[in-house]
Design a protein around this ligand. Structure first.
Ligand code: DC
Length: 214
């Protein structure tokens, strides 16, 4: 069973997908964290982010490990670092590179074999990675709600940022993610659209659980 959850930043994907996986006893994969890890690695190496071919090679050569709610790239634990604003600013550029996408999509498909039942979240899961997923959800929320959640998420991790910086990052990322040529953020035709603006996490999780039970 594959449950694909897509949507823009701050729509609640990670919290909801993680809770759902926990309740169902399924594996959980945050594909955004994979793009962030490659971005962190590119920044750490001081790479030119306009060099798509080099970014693709970097993704190919990287060993990404997603176990135990941690994210490691080439053995380095970057769980905290990948959430910092410098990675947030660069990740849309890196994830637009064709080679990076081809490589990470292949890794994501192979994770399904490893995990079996899976809740997997991202931007292109229901459209490109698993077009035959058993259940597809597209989460949205108002821009204000998404900015506020992002801000709270960072603050809870001890990262102090101004609301205006987050607003700008979100708007820029939304625009690049939905306009890029390769696998833009889009709702699959057969995905269930869920607006999380005025819903609690529990309510959203329960509504998805009801679809699983059908
Ligand atoms: O889910 P997130 O905000 O952590 O994702 C970070 C970025 O990674 C997002 O702005 C676009 C990219 N991404 C992607 O292109 N495809 C995915 N399946 C997941 C994330």
């Amino acid at each position: 069973m594959i449950i694909a959850i897509d949507g823009p930043a701050g729509a609640g994907k990670s919290t909801i997908a993680r809770k759902l996986a926990e309740k169902l006893g399924y594996g959980y994969v945050d594909t955004g964290a994979m793009y962030r890890a490659v971005t962190w690695s590119a920044l750490d190496a001081g790479m030119d982010l306009t060099n798509e071919a080099a970014l693709g090679r970097l993704a190919e050569q990287s060993q990404i490990d997603l176990s135990d709610s941690k994210i490691l790239i080439d053995g380095r634990n970057v769980t905290h670092e990948i959430r910092l604003p410098d990675v947030g600013d660069a990740v849309s550029i890196v994830s637009s590179a064709k080679g990076v996408r081809a490589c990470l999509v292949a890794k994501q498909r192979s994770l399904a074999d490893a995990f079996g039942d899976l809740v997997i979240e991202g931007r292109d899961i229901g459209t490109v990675v698993f077009p035959d997923a058993d259940i597809k959800i597209f989460l949205t929320a108002s821009h204000e709600a998404r900015s506020e959640r992002r801000l709270n998420e960072l603050r809870s991790k001890g990262v102090e940022v101004e609301a205006a910086v987050i607003e700008k990052e979100l708007t820029a990322r939304d625009s690049i993610d939905s306009k890029r040529a390769v696998s833009p953020l889009a709702k699959a035709k057969d995905a269930h659209l869920v607006d999380t603006t005025n819903k609690s996490i529990e309510e959203v999780v329960e509504s998805i659980m009801a679809l699983v039970a059908v």
